[in-house]
Design a protein around this ligand. Structure first.
Ligand SMILES: Cc1cc2nc3c(=O)[nH]c(=O)nc-3n(C[C@H](O)[C@H](O)[C@H](O)COP(=O)(O)OP(=O)(O)OC[C@H]3O[C@@H](n4cnc5c(N)ncnc54)[C@H](O)[C@@H]3O)c2cc1C
Length: 390
């Protein structure tokens, strides 16, 4: 395993860093306060490839390797948790489902505009979303999904409700996990691409959240929504296994965003500690502060390597489910600790909205929940370990 980035990967990272430092980070506070993405910044992402990370080049995407995608997500996380989450869900959930499993027709029809951020008529496209979670089911999709789709006259008729869908209110399409047979077996779920202008599709108001406030999260209801039969994504009855494959990749992104959030919080803490004095000495002279900084730097480094290793395995077409779960588990819990300690180092200023660490802490808190909670990551890891050593 070789963790040295190639020249191309390093140049990509540097260019994304320069972009987010200028365009995204200075606006992160406003995005949080207004609970709204800064759309002119999102529109600038299309030409850079940030909206088509996983879309193949033949469908207008950037066709990036998983390492480049993880580097981009870390940079976005460093700049703004809300923007990073919206872009991660667009690429890694909505677009990736179509890119991985969609037919040539679906990919040709939906990916180019999503990936380039522009439609053929020159107008800006919106984002993509993936709706798995329901009001009554998140971790247990297999047993809990009740949204149903029935095939009649070459059309899917969809009825049900989804919850906590990132980007639903700003999406051109929502890939939706539905039950296509009445059993609760692993083969009873399927994925269907639902255009967001479908009649009978209702998007709730944006949820009011603790953090990642600028990343829009919505309830979605489906009332006799009719979608052409060819909008099935992948195979009928394969929705659960397809979802798990998409989430494996998504977990690398969430891990990477968490590394970025932690890196940003640590940088704030170091800068603050160097200029703030107490007892006639800078805070950086106190061992208690040094240890928090040393732990932060060490854990960020470890998490970054875990994220990149999971991405590297993905790029090598090797199994990466366990490593993605480990990376997500460690990186997200690490980010919470690092952001918490950054607040501690800044004292009362850390608790104030004047400094970004309280926002980073609130944003990091989500990462241990979305795309599979820490408990579910531990289940995935334990299952792998037990089967490997039995
Ligand atoms: C900001 C935000 C954005 C989101 N974006 C999306 C999105 O784009 N698309 C989407 O589909 N969903 C999205 N979600 C939903 C998210 O993925 C789910 O909330 C998450 O998977 C957990 O599901 P749940 O909330 O139903 O919790 P539950 O499944 O009800 O779990 C509640 C608690 O029980 C624990 N638990 C459950 N089962 C077990 C078990 N077997 N062993 C041990 N502990 C267990 C969980 O870890 C958790 O602590 C988003 C959520 C948020 C908050």
């Amino acid at each position: 395993m070789d963790f040295r980035l190639s020249d191309e990967q390093r140049m990509w990272q540097e260019s994304i860093h320069a972009f987010v430092a200028k365009e995204i980070k200075p606006n992160a506070r406003l995005v949080d306060e207004n609970a709204s993405l800064k759309w002119d910044s999102v529109h600038k992402m299309g030409p850079l490839g940030l909206l088509g990370l996983f879309a193949p080049e033949e469908y207008g995407g950037a066709g990036m390797d998983a390492i480049c995608a993880a580097l981009a997500m870390e940079e976005l996380g460093w700049a703004c948790g809300s923007t990073a989450l919206a872009i991660a869900a667009h690429n890694g959930l909505g677009c990736a489902s179509v890119a991985l499993f969609g037919s040539h027709e679906l990919k040709s029809r939906y990916l180019p505009a999503a990936a380039q951020g522009k439609k053929p008529d020159g107008s800006y496209s919106r984002l993509a979303a993936l709706a798995l979670t329901e009001p009554g089911a998140g971790s247990d999709l297999k047993g809990g999904v009740t949204t149903r789709a029935e095939l009649h006259n070459n059309q899917w008729r969809i009825n049900g409700a989804k919850m906590w869908c990132t980007n639903a209110g700003v999406a051109d399409f929502i890939v939706t996990l539905v039950r296509t047979d009445s059993s609760k077996s692993s083969h009873s779920l399927s994925m269907i691409l639902v255009p967001s202008d479908s009649k009978g599709l209702h998007i709730g108001a944006a949820e009011k959240k603790m953090g990642v406030k600028g990343s829009p999260t919505h309830a979605v209801t489906y009332q006799d929504v009719l979608v052409p039969a060819d909008h099935l994504v992948g195979e009928i009855g394969k929705g659960l296994s397809q979802t798990l494959a998409v989430l494996d990749g998504g977990r690398i992104s969430i891990g990477a965003i968490s590394v970025g959030l932690a890196q940003a919080a640590m940088e704030e803490a170091v800068q603050y500690a160097a200029q703030r004095t107490a007892f006639e000495h800078p805070l950086t002279s106190f061992e208690a502060i040094q240890w928090m900084l040393a732990d932060a730097a060490t854990e960020i480094h470890a998490a970054r390597l875990m994220v990149l290793q999971a991405a590297w395995l993905k790029d090598q077409d090797k199994s990466f489910t366990k490593e993605a779960a480990m990376a997500k588990l460690f990186a997200t819990e690490m980010a919470e600790r690092v952001c918490r300690n950054a607040i501690q180092i800044l004292g009362s200023y850390g608790y104030s909205q004047e400094y970004p660490v309280e926002r980073q802490y609130r944003d990091a808190r989500l990462m241990t929940i979305g795309e599979g909670t820490s408990e579910i990551q531990r289940l995935v890891i334990a299952r792998h370990i037990i089967s490997e050593y039995q």
